[in-house]
Design a protein. Structure first.
Length: 285
């Protein structure tokens, strides 16, 4: 696999040599000093160009980045299913190379490029031929940190967690596996993850990010909770789903009560008692 320095040199050399590329900057985890560094990190690169069309019409230039194994053009795909995509403003190539390097390259016209540069807090300037990019603060993960919930948000999440468990129970008892798993993932787990985010945020003054899809949960959860959390992902066995539901309910109660107490919210004990009784009646827990 090519080194980070080699990749940066390739990205910048191509930009320096092409007169249509006027500026380059990078977003994403590689600009975040707090993010773990490894070989799987993408290079999220933006090229500000005079005209996007030449870079779209002839794709041979992309091979300058390396030997392409696979590429996706999300804007093209979105247009194909009916979205109104303006390729003159922005166009993206997601590229995976034969050595495992991934580069997500976004082409933007000047107006869009400057706008995005100022809005995205995890940004580092790499090249600016014309001095068009303004000075911005040092990269920050502030936009990705867990935000302190309002009481209304807390109420919504707890209500959704308990209410939708009856749908999970329905799917299990009917032996409708896709429905049971779908409801569990889309309601039970999503609500649990929101509560876990708030609990972690609360214990770190809401100055941390749990990462996309909670990828940093293991880092922030006590070992006891992490061990339990690993069991909330069920297999296709109905008894295993029942056990996952039981554990998810236990974690949600433990964390939810603490979040409510710390933030001065009301925890819905009656909903918890009622749904627990229902789940026991239906032999779910």
């Amino acid at each position: 696999m090519r080194s980070m320095d080699t990749i940066y040199k390739t990205i910048l050399s191509l930009a320096e040599e092409d007169k249509q590329i006027r500026a380059v900057y990078m977003n994403g985890s590689r600009t975040d000093s707090k993010a773990p560094k490894d070989r799987f990190q993408d290079y999220d690169i933006v090229y500000i160009v005079e005209d996007t069309q030449p870079f779209i019409e002839d794709k041979k230039w992309l091979w300058a980045f390396g030997e392409l194994m696979m590429m996706q053009e999300p804007d093209k795909l979105d247009r194909g299913i009916g979205y109104d995509m303006d390729f003159t403003k922005s166009y993206t190539y997601l590229m995976l190379f034969s050595d495992g390097i991934r580069i997500d390259l976004n082409l933007k016209n000047k107006e869009e490029g400057i706008k995005h540069f100022q809005e995205e807090k995890l940004t580092v300037k790499l090249l600016d031929k014309d001095g068009i990019l303004p000075e911005i603060p040092e990269p920050s993960d502030a936009d990705y940190r867990v935000r302190k919930p309002t009481e209304e948000e807390f109420e919504s999440v707890t209500d959704n967690f308990f209410w939708c468990l009856q749908n999970v129970a329905k799917g299990i008892n009917r032996k409708e596996l896709p429905y049971a798993i779908g409801m569990y993932q889309e309601t039970t787990l999503k609500s649990l993850h929101r509560m876990m985010d708030w609990w972690i945020g609360m214990h770190h003054n809401f100055e941390v990010s749990t990462g996309k899809f909670g990828k940093y949960y293991e880092k922030y959860l006590p070992k006891e909770y992490w061990t339990m959390y690993k069991e909330v992902f069920p297999s296709g066995d109905y008894d295993n789903i029942r056990e996952a539901v039981r554990i998810a309910c236990h974690i949600f109660k433990e964390l939810g009560e603490e979040v409510a107490k710390e933030l001065g919210f009301s925890y819905p004990y009656q909903d918890e008692v009622s749904m627990t009784r229902y789940l026991r009646k239906e032999r779910i827990i």
